[in-house]
Write a protein that binds this ligand. Structure first.
Ligand code: NIG
Ligand code: FE
Length: 391
């Protein structure tokens, strides 16, 4: 059944990754059939369809693609956030608190948390999301986390190499052996990606290299947490392995930026993490000047960035990371899709999936211009509303 949407004040059809170039139709219409976009154009030429929805001067943008989140967890780290806001620094060690709570939780408790967070993502306009394991850190709980993650998304990532858990504190090598051996074997059937936190207090470059290699050997695709806490070898490693994305990129040297620009690896910036750890924001202008590919994601997790709001991330990216509004919108849509190596999502060109967000606003710029205001009127996946305000 075809469904036409008319009277769209501004329709964002797509954008070029690594730029702020957007394809926009003012006074537009959109037709969806069998979950796909089948027509976009001026409202005056909207073809007849089985069903019509009048969007009454609202804006339509592609659904956000959140390429980085850690949604399978239990517990609460509000006290850690409070301490940080009183001057305590962030360290990778806090992850262990969530590991203990996650291991102690039942499947149903984890599932309920995951589903609740998924509803929040939809409410913020996110239509595709990635999620990682990484709070189990033993064979059973990593496999369990991925099994639960796979119930809600195809973009599942094995992050057994998040930190070395307490019981392996004096035996790091044994933990790397476990991650690349039995844990990987249990995780791989339910994961698409392999990730490693390559940073101070987590895994060094040699360990990360070995872990990514092991994942690739069994058919997982690589991505990496790199350069959040300090500049290191993470970007070199990302490019060497043709990682789909290098995430955080808080500290980048000029040569890191050159490497990224010459590669197929997307630099994924995570404004929520700098915000919630009170870290220095990276300057995205350096990446755009070099024509590197850039994505924005929520990094939703209980420690360093407990937000599911892409609108919030966009506003911070524009205000504090120096994205232009157009660059930020591209990064959170087509950029996120590129970071997951997807072409079916991230835009509303004919043939792409009918995943979109209707905004109570005359233009997408209001997403950043009106920070903290919920502008999402509805969120549509494959042509069907998954969220409608007030319903
Ligand atoms: O992406 N950087 C590593 N992992 C998470 C933080 C996890 C935590 O503190 O629980 C991140 O920010
Ligand atoms: Fe992360």
């Amino acid at each position: 059944m075809s469904h036409a949407f008319g009277n769209i004040a501004q329709l964002v059809v797509g954008g070029r990754v690594g730029s702020g170039e957007l394809e926009i139709i003012e006074n537009a219409g959109l037709v969806v059939d069998a979950g796909l976009v089948v027509w976009v154009g001026p409202n005056s030429q909207l073809p007849p369809a089985d069903r019509f929805t009048d969007l009454a001067g609202r804006t339509v943008i592609p659904g956000f693609v959140d390429s980085h989140a850690h949604l399978v967890f239990a517990g609460d780290r509000a006290a850690e956030f409070e301490a940080r806001m009183s001057g305590v620094g962030y360290s990778a060690g806090g992850i262990k608190t969530t590991v203990a709570a996650t291991r102690a939780a039942s499947d149903d408790e984890l599932r309920a948390g995951l589903k609740g967070r998924m509803r929040e993502l939809h409410r913020s306009g996110i239509t595709t999301f990635e999620t990682k394991s990484g709070y189990g850190l033993n064979v059973f709980d990593e496999a369990r986390s991925l099994r639960l993650a796979a119930e809600v998304t195809d973009e599942t990532t094995f992050l057994g190499a998040h930190v070395v858990p307490a019981e392996f504190a004096d035996r790091r090598d044994d933990y790397v052996e476990l991650v690349t051996g039995d844990m990987l074997a249990a995780a791989a059937p339910q994961a698409r990606w392999i990730d490693v936190f390559c940073d101070r207090g987590a895994f060094d470059a040699d360990e990360a290299d070995e872990i990514l290699q092991a994942g690739v050997r069994v058919g997982l695709r690589p991505r990496i947490h790199a350069n959040q806490l300090e500049a290191g070898a993470g970007i070199e490693l990302a490019v060497k392995h043709d990682c789909a994305s290098a995430d955080h990129c808080t500290h980048l040297t000029d040569s890191d930026i050159e490497l990224l620009a010459a590669s197929n690896t997307v630099a994924t910036l995570l404004p929520g993490a700098e915000f919630s750890t009170r870290a220095q924001y990276p300057d995205a202008r350096r990446l755009f000047a070099a024509e590197a590919k850039v994505a924005l994601a929520t990094d939703c997790n209980p420690g360093s960035s407990f937000t599911t709001s892409m609108g919030f991330c966009l506003a911070v990216a524009v205000r504090d990371m120096r994205f232009t509004p157009g660059q930020a919108l591209v990064a959170a849509t087509a950029g996120g899709a590129a970071a997951l190596r997807r072409t079916d999502v991230g835009g509303l060109r004919v043939g792409q999936r009918a995943n979109f967000v209707v905004l109570d606003a005359p233009s997408f710029i209001h997403l950043m211009y009106r920070p903290g205001v919920d502008l999402v009127h509805s969120t549509v996946i494959d042509g069907t509303a998954v969220y409608e305000r007030g319903k």
